[in-house]
Design a protein around this ligand. Structure first.
Ligand code: B12
Length: 318
């Protein structure tokens, strides 16, 4: 992934050509952390487990220990990552029960439930579907009254007509939970589609037109790691523009200060460099997007800006 030499999971050089035997490779950095991230490690362990590959439960228990994950996820707990870990660990635990794995699941479920918001969202709206899956498969780890599944479901459903899950990847991540399913069901669902009972119409997003009114926003580039860049400008963009349009307008205004590059992915454009400074997975740095000092829960290609917004890209550590 992203040119890294090694990575966790099902990698061609890691499994013999015949047989359904998979070996989990554990390339990690000097502190024992995965070279990719725990979300991907969760996906890989899940795939191995569901395909009845060979792995060491104790190694997995060790990798997903609370201490190990805590030191990796600096700052805030990632619900998406926690949910994937719960799904992977639950699969492993069902195959060969292990006390340490159960303890890890319990710790993660507690953390996920702590991220429950008043409206039932868990983490943010994009992590809620996977958090629901994690809670579906672990009912013995929390009290019934600790989670109102119907409230969460209602909130997620109410977001669909607003186009919140418009990106195929966003829809794909939320859909299993809407069907009451989890990734653990993958190996025993048939491809036959049922009559669509989720009949929800989604309005087409409106493209900004030339007639539409312009808005004015502040845009800043900050290097919070080396503290040597802090550039700001005010730009005017059509109403309903996305964050990327603001970055483009700033770049046109002053190329030297505001030039940037992106890479296209499933979630849209990922900002890889700004002001000539490249984010680096080796150094665990990224260009964080913020609006009015709050990190965005969407990427530059989908977040719609508002008049007067204080927008920022900030080189940060993860
Ligand atoms: C790990 C992770 C990160 C890491 C990625 C680096 C790394 N090496 O680990 C870091 C911390 C850097 C990161 C950053 C951001 N992330 Co992120 N990230 C994830 C997470 C937890 C797992 C992604 C993954 O590994 N997938 C599995 C692999 C196999 O797939 P992949 O396509 O190769 O994964 C790559 C891309 O997903 C990319 N990536 C990660 N986040 C984002 C966000 C956007 C908008 C894009 C285009 C790409 C991208 O990095 C991954 C690793 O190389 C997902 C959770 C999820 N539910 O998917 C959120 C998630 C994708 N991220 C999200 C967001 C919002 C962001 C940020 C915009 C946050 C911010 N305010 O700055 C930034 C991106 C800013 C930019 N520069 O453009 C949202 C996207 C929601 C949406 N509707 O757009 C998610 C769903 C989390 C959430 N629930 O809010 N992220």
């Amino acid at each position: 992934s992203r040119g890294q030499k090694h990575y966790f999971g099902i990698y061609p050089s890691c499994f013999p050509s015949m047989a359904k035997v998979f070996i989990l490779c554990f390339p990690s950095d000097t502190s024992g952390h995965p070279l990719t991230n725990y979300y991907q490690l969760g996906l890989d362990v899940l795939a191995l487990c569901l395909l009845n590959g060979t792995y060491s439960s104790s190694k997995i228990a060790e990798l997903f220990s609370a201490e190990q994950m805590k030191s990796y996820i600096s700052g805030r707990f990632s619900v998406d990552t926690g949910a994937l870990a719960v799904l992977a660990l639950t699969c492993v635990n069902r195959q060969s029960p292990d006390k340490i794995i159960s303890k890890n699941i319990l710790g993660l479920v507690e953390k996920i439930l702590k991220e429950k918001k008043q409206d039932g969202t868990i983490g943010n709206i994009y992590s809620t579907g996977e958090a629901m899956q994690a809670l579906f498969v672990t009912p013995e780890y929390y009290k019934k009254e600790d989670w109102d599944c119907n409230q969460t479901l209602k909130t997620v459903l109410s977001q669909i007509p607003r186009g919140t899950f418009g990106l195929p990847i966003a829809a794909a991540q939320v859909l299993p939970a809407l069907e009451g399913k989890s990734y653990l069901d993958i190996t025993h669902v048939s491809c036959q589609s049922r009559q669509g009972h989720l009949n929800i119409s989604t309005p087409k997003p409106t493209e900004p037109t030339h007639q539409s009114k312009n808005i004015s926003v502040t845009y800043s580039v900050v290097d919070s790691i080396n503290n040597n860049i802090n550039e700001s400008t005010i730009v005017s963009v059509p109403k309903d523009s996305v964050f990327l349009k603001v970055m483009e307008a700033a770049q046109t205004k002053n190329y030297a200060k505001f030039r940037f590059t992106t890479e296209s992915g499933q979630w849209g454009p990922y900002v890889t460099s700004v002001h000539g400074i490249q984010a680096s997975s080796k150094n665990r740095t990224y260009w964080q997007l913020l609006s009015n000092h709050q990190p965005l829960d969407q990427g530059a290609g989908t977040f719609v800006v508002s008049d007067g917004d204080n927008l920022e890209v900030r080189l940060s550590q993860y």
